[in-house]
Design a protein around this ligand. Structure first.
Ligand code: ADP
Length: 285
């Protein structure tokens, strides 16, 4: 239910317990089509400031497409998005300043050191020199890479690279951190470590965390609220307890399978099916 308090300045949402939280992400009737194919189909939900929110779904469900629209990389076909009160399609710069992102595919420069990768990002985001130096030290310390700051990234393990990406995503003090499968391929120790950094960040800085994962026990442990998307539609949204109750399941994984079925979804190379391939130009559309 939307409560119309100060509608022009900020938006508020009332949760089930009657508390009022400010929204940091609002999605309303959002649709994305690739030609005739509907990848995201009229979805609506919102995320509160400071929330740890999991966005789950089988392969091809529409998660990455949604994240790309939230982060200014793709324009919606229709519907409304607000990130930190700005519309990504109309105010991309304001939206970009409000978030950090860690993608599935590493985007670090392997030929630069850890510190150079951080500095480069800080310059791109206009973080003033003095503040940049302080934050680089603080963040590399936070992800336990300060001692390795002068090493080339190509010498890093997968876990170290992911930690560096997280540190880099936080350099401009974003209000929201988007993480698309941040722990994919990492061993359980590194995954645990990473989640404790992120939880700590969420508690100390109030950073909103919006993440996807296929490790459902991870989402069960960490997320305060979860949305499940399948075939482009939101099939459930709520706390872990609510999703388990709704499906009469003992775990989030069982609830997820009941909601999305157990048939295996083929991953078409991230959606580049031949019928649709011709229309994709690799950028924003
Ligand atoms: P997920 O992230 O949940 O695995 P995606 O958002 O990547 O799903 O994809 C949703 C659907 O959209 C899939 O069926 C995929 O094949 C299709 N799709 C994704 N990107 C493109 C694209 N660039 N061109 C055409 N179809 C795409």
């Amino acid at each position: 239910m939307w409560v119309p308090i100060l509608p022009c300045i900020c938006r508020w949402q009332k949760n089930d317990c009657g508390f009022i939280f400010m929204e940091i992400i609002r999605i309303k009737n959002l649709t994305k089509k690739y030609d005739d194919f509907v990848a995201v189909d009229n979805i609506s939900f919102s995320v509160s400031k400071g929330e740890i929110f999991a966005f789950l779904g089988p392969n091809g469900a529409g998660k990455s497409t949604t994240i790309k629209m939230l982060t200014t990389l793709l324009n919606p076909t229709s519907g409304e998005i607000l990130v930190d009160n700005h519309n990504p399609a109309k105010e991309p710069d304001a939206v970009r300043r409000s978030f950090g992102i860690v993608f599935q595919d590493p985007s670090l420069d392997d030929e630069l050191t850890a510190r150079e990768n951080m500095d480069f990002h800080g310059v791109l985001y206009d973080v003033p020199d003095k503040i940049r130096k302080e934050r680089v030290q603080q963040l590399l310390g936070f992800v336990e890479l300060w001692e390795r700051r002068n090493n080339l990234v190509r010498e890093f393990s997968g876990g170290m690279k992911r930690r560096l990406e997280i540190a880099r995503g936080l350099l401009h003090h974003p209000k929201v951190l988007f993480l698309d499968e941040p722990t994919l391929g990492l061993d359980p120790q590194t995954r645990n470590h990473m989640w404790s950094y992120l939880r700590n960040l969420n508690q100390t800085e109030g950073t909103t965390i919006f993440f996807t994962t296929h490790y459902l026990e991870e989402a069960e442990r960490i997320a305060q609220r979860i949305a499940i998307i399948d075939h482009g539609k939101i099939v459930a949204i709520g706390t872990v307890a609510e999703l388990k109750n709704q499906t009469n399941a003992a775990s989030l994984e069982k609830a997820f399978l009941k909601l999305t079925g157990s048939e295996i979804r083929e991953e078409l190379g991230k959606g580049y099916g031949s019928a649709r391939m011709h229309a994709w130009h690799g950028g924003r559309r």
